[in-house]
Design a binder for this molecule. Sequence first.
Ligand SMILES: Cc1cc2nc3c(=O)[nH]c(=O)nc-3n(C[C@H](O)[C@H](O)[C@H](O)COP(=O)(O)OP(=O)(O)OC[C@H]3O[C@@H](n4cnc5c(N)ncnc54)[C@H](O)[C@@H]3O)c2cc1C
Length: 271
Amino acid sequence: MMLGYLLARAGVEVTVLEKHADFFRDFRGDTIHPATTDVLAELGLLEEFLRLPHTEIPELRLGVDGQTSGLVDFRHLPTRCKFMAFMPQWDFLNFLAAQAKPYPAFRLEMSTEATGLLRHGGQVTGVRARTAQGDVEIRADLTVACDGRFSVIRDHADLPLREFPMPIDALWFRVPRSEDAPPTLGYLGGGQIVLAIDRGDYWQCGTIIGKRNTPADSGHGPARLPGSGGTCRSVPGRRTLRADRLGPNQAALGALQSAPPLVPARPVMYR
Ligand SMILES: Cc1cc2nc3c(=O)[nH]c(=O)nc-3n(C[C@H](O)[C@H](O)[C@H](O)COP(=O)(O)OP(=O)(O)OC[C@H]3O[C@@H](n4cnc5c(N)ncnc54)[C@H](O)[C@@H]3O)c2cc1C
């Protein structure tokens, strides 16, 4: 989206394809760093950006076994914004799309899924895409694959993929938040780490779990957190886990509890 905005602003005709009907992706980290807000300022977008609902964090604090202390202080940075901003990723993408829209060279096609590449004489000349009205061909001098980590365009372009084995997963869940909760970002304790992102009336929390501990979520019916004794219920379609007891994450939630007033109550968990 940012590339589309920059190209359109420079007068280059650009079409951005998005396979979904919106940009709603819950449980992204949503940090917008001081270097990024500097870029927005250079583009003349900062004031409007800061009018969107967001949280400004001038300092990151870490709680270790119930004691919290400063970890990172943005107030010393030589940047315009001396804080990290938290904003849902979909708000940020909608904002960029709205900024790009007035440029006549910009076109955003939602619900349009790139399915393959067009080629001519060995060169990529655009993409094939699926829309509700049927398949279309979109020709371009330059095709940029930015369709995420499971990029079909990368596959069609035969670009080599290097995979790195990853022994961990991040498990995200919500914890109700009270008004006077401290703006602490991370909690360490009991061999666990929990990140807690202020989302107004709840904390978006993430914790690290081993691959072997990933809940066996079939997408249907009850599942279990392996080794936990905790019971999970899956909501088909949303890949949502509701944990009655969290098992291996009890330690992590205990760390949250040891820094009141973060009190987990039957959190809804996503992955
Ligand atoms: C849980 C989590 C937390 C994160 N936290 C942060 C954070 O705090 N700060 C940060 O800077 N980064 C964070 N990231 C990383 C960040 O989200 C990614 O680096 C970034 O989204 C990658 O951007 P992308 O455009 O390459 O891919 P994506 O964001 O995945 O965007 C790809 C887009 O292409 C669309 N698409 C896919 N296939 C097609 C197709 N065939 N045709 C058309 N459209 C298609 C998708 O719907 C999607 O909108 C986080 C990631 C995760 C998973």
